[in-house]
Ligand binder design. Structure first.
Ligand code: ZN
Length: 336
């Protein structure tokens, strides 16, 4: 609930600035919402990977210092205003910097430094926080986190050409299902009738597109606001005949579906991996990894689930404080 909660925070700050006080119901328009948490309120810190409590985390909230207990919890020693900075440190997790935002957001997930399946800091930095414009050998980590909005499924809108090709059209469903299953959310759906309104991505076979050059075989062109991706285009730089030049159905899965799942990874907000064991590998030939390893690797799936817990605009290693106010529009072309 990234954007609504930001608005809520703004509303509470404005209320405080206007001298609004009292502990009125947040749903009542005539009373200001609460401006903080009372002494004794409990905050909980858990692993973003497993949900297990993180005990022994050193947490500072405003000027106060705490340590989480065996249940991953701490109790506020004094009333604490919303917008107080929360910093959580634990050797097993990336340093988290965030705000105390609302009374509903008192459970804080921490991003593991070393997760399962080989997820580590370098991989997190590269996949989530490094623009695909940055070369594999160059340091990254300067990109903010882009993501989809929660609760707002993206339509995949194939062209009539793809709609008329039963094999390719069916693979769109497969691709959407693969991404949805990873995150456990209805992120993408195929607009089978071609009539759905709302946000989405067109899916086109368009070798004549100006962004299709000798080094580009597919790309995503997306836009949004406040680093929340709100839709765009998934373009294959190959014509229909290319996908049917070999008859075996596995070739379609290899060439069309693996590329689709890779591009939907970008549409989700992923950048590139430098490892050819990941589907988001920058070097292409994703069909090989789809065939040999399934589609996304285990660590890619973990990163996607962790990303879903993070606000748009979060910065590496795990700082979401500056995301607020980044409401300008953007457009990005992510090649291959
Ligand atoms: Zn790519």
């Amino acid at each position: 609930m990234t954007r609504p909660s930001r608005l809520l925070v703004l509303a509470s700050v404005l209320a405080a600035a206007c001298g609004g006080g009292g502990g009125g119901s947040p749903t009542s328009p005539s009373q200001a919402p609460p401006t903080g948490l009372p002494a004794g309120a409990t905050l909980t810190f858990v692993s973003g990977e497993t949900g297990a409590p993180v005990s022994g985390a050193a947490v500072t909230i405003g000027a106060a210092s705490y340590q989480t207990d065996g249940a991953g919890t701490l109790r506020l020693a004094a009333a604490t205003a919303f917008r107080s900075v929360v910093e959580a440190r634990h050797p097993a997790y990336l340093d988290r910097e965030t705000y105390l935002r609302t009374a509903d957001e008192v459970r804080f997930t921490l991003w593991p430094r070393q997760g399962s399946h080989g997820l580590d800091e370098a991989f997190t930095s590269r996949l989530v926080y490094t623009s695909t414009d940055v070369g594999d050998g160059e340091p990254g980590g300067d990109d903010p986190l882009y993501r989809l909005a929660p609760g707002q499924p993206m339509a995949l809108r194939p062209t009539t050409e793809i709609r008329g090709d039963a094999a390719l059209f069916g693979l769109l469903e497969d691709g959407a299902g693969i991404v949805n299953d990873v995150v456990g959310q209805n992120l993408f759906y195929v607009d089978a009738a071609g009539t759905a309104s709302g946000p989405g991505f067109t899916v086109e076979l368009k070798p004549e597109d100006p962004y299709c050059d000798a080094d580009t075989y597919a790309f995503v062109d997306y836009s949004g606001r406040g680093l929340v991706i709100s839709g765009g285009r998934v373009i294959y730089c190959e014509a229909l005949w290319y996908f049917h030049q070999r008859p075996a159905s596995r070739d379609l899965r290899d060439y069309f579906l693996a590329t689709l799942v890779h591009e939907l990874g970008h549409a989700y907000g992923l950048n590139h991996s430098t490892s050819n064991r990941d589907l988001m590998y920058s070097g292409g030939h994703w069909e090989k990894y789809a065939r040999d390893h399934g589609f996304y690797s285990g660590r890619e799936e973990l990163a996607m689930r962790l990303m879903w817990q993070r606000r748009a605009g979060t910065k590496f290693p795990d700082d979401d404080r500056s995301g607020i106010g980044t409401l300008s529009g953007f457009r990005r072309i992510v090649r291959n």
